[in-house]
Design a protein around this ligand. Structure first.
Ligand code: NAP
Ligand code: GDD
Length: 325
């Protein structure tokens, strides 16, 4: 039985990846921060309420080298998926140093623990399409990075550190350069879930307006369930690699509004107000993945369309309010 460690198991991706690895009979371990309370209420609560729990939880923080080292020494995992991060782009402008510490240097703390303990452990780094930033689409593995936020700068640091540990110490260390991926488990601070979670409240009158920022930004939005499959496939490849994972389709925020409000036959322009607080000091205008390399090397492709993704998210949020679409 293979043993995997997922940092950030309480996040959107961590929870789907845990389920995916359990389906493949992995022994799954995950990290939570000391600040995470009431673990049963998190996205992995359903994996902990069984007897015995289906995943094993360890308390650590990507800011704390010693606890990471101890964890790697105790577990000696076959595979480590580094999904933990301060992952919100807008928030990174307010907390640039914290974001650098966690999202950037945090990856090195983990790589260093692996290097010192067991270099046969395979390592996945959650890299991001945000690294491409201002570089025009389509973006692939050869596209130059031009990060546009403290978050993206930190991810570029972690990306190159992953490659450096591969080249310097022979680690099987890979970067998944993932474009935006969403689901009903997406945090409500990200634009897609902010929209879909507002729809039932707008319908019931609990919320009057939906305040958003830049509606012109374009993203390549896929489904998180598809993307965690790619993470696992990358670590099964004989050689470590850096792969762009996306859908190859780009939509604007207003396209997302069109699709989401169409599910409930409402006109979003009657509800949406533009609020400058949701604009960023520097924006990423246009992301669209070229996934040729992922298709050729690991045979990955997405299975869930943009329309299916939006419908699933809206329906799930409506159901949570007892409303049928
Ligand atoms: P998410 O839902 O925001 O989850 C982030 C996870 O990191 C949470 O479990 C969080 O714990 C944990 N975390 C935050 N700060 C930490 C710290 N100091 N020490 C340890 N853990 C910490 O993110 P996601 O959408 O699942 O994304 C997973 C990873 O992929 C992230 O690294 C993200 O930057 C990257 N990524 C995401 C996308 C996307 O579109 N979703 C695309 C490209 C790359 P709490 O539960 O305690 O907050
Ligand atoms: N969050 C948010 N809130 N974004 C808004 C809003 C709003 O009210 N209004 C417009 N937007 C625009 C943002 O300016 C951005 O252009 C776009 O919607 C998407 O914003 P987010 O959903 O916050 O995602 P992101 O693209 O900045 O970052 C996500 O994807 C990255 C991959 O490209 C995060 O998951 C990152 O962690 C990830 O790396």
């Amino acid at each position: 039985m293979k043993r995997a460690l997922i940092t950030g198991i309480t996040g959107q991706d961590g929870s789907y990846l845990a389920e995916h690895l359990l389906d493949m009979d992995y022994e799954v371990h995950g990290t939570i921060r000391t600040t995470t309370h009431d673990i049963e209420e998190t996205r992995v609560g359903h994996l902990l309420s069984t007897d015995p729990p289906r995943v094993k939880i360890h308390v650590t923080d990507l800011g704390d080298s010693h606890s990471l080292m101890r964890l790697i020494t105790d577990l000696r995992p076959d595979e480590v998926y580094n999904l933990a991060a301060q992952s919100h782009v807008r928030a990174s402008f307010d907390q640039p140093i914290h974001t650098g510490q966690v999202t950037g240097i945090g990856a090195v703390r983990l790589l260093e623990a692996i290097r010192q303990e067991d270099t046969s452990t395979r390592f996945y780094q959650a890299s991001s399409s945000e690294m491409f930033g201002a570089t025009p689409p389509p973006q692939d593995e050869t596209t130059p990075f031009h990060p546009r936020s403290p978050y993206a700068v930190a991810k570029v640091y972690a990306y190159w550190s992953t490659i450096n540990y591969r080249e310097a110490y022979g680690l099987h260390a890979s970067n998944g350069i993932l474009f935006n991926h969403e689901s009903p488990r997406r945090g409500k601070e990200f634009v897609t879930r902010k929209i879909t979670s507002s729809i039932p409240r707008l319908l019931t009158g609990d919320q009057e307006k939906l305040r958003l920022g830049n509606l012109e930004a374009r993203r390549d939005w896929g489904h998180a369930r598809d993307y965690v499959r790619a993470m696992h496939m990358m670590l099964q490849h004989p050689e470590p690699l850096d792969l762009v994972i996306g859908t190859g389709e780009s939509h604007s925020v207003s396209d997302f509004l069109d699709a989401a409000f169409a599910v409930v036959n409402l006109d979003w322009s009657e509800y949406v107000e533009i609020d400058s607080q949701f604009y960023r000091p520097t924006e990423v205008d246009y992301l669209e993945a070229d996934i040729s390399k992922a298709a050729a090397t690991i045979g990955w492709k997405p299975t869930i369309s943009f329309e299916e993704l939006v419908a699933e998210m809206v329906t799930s949020d409506l159901e949570a309010h007892g409303i049928t679409a």
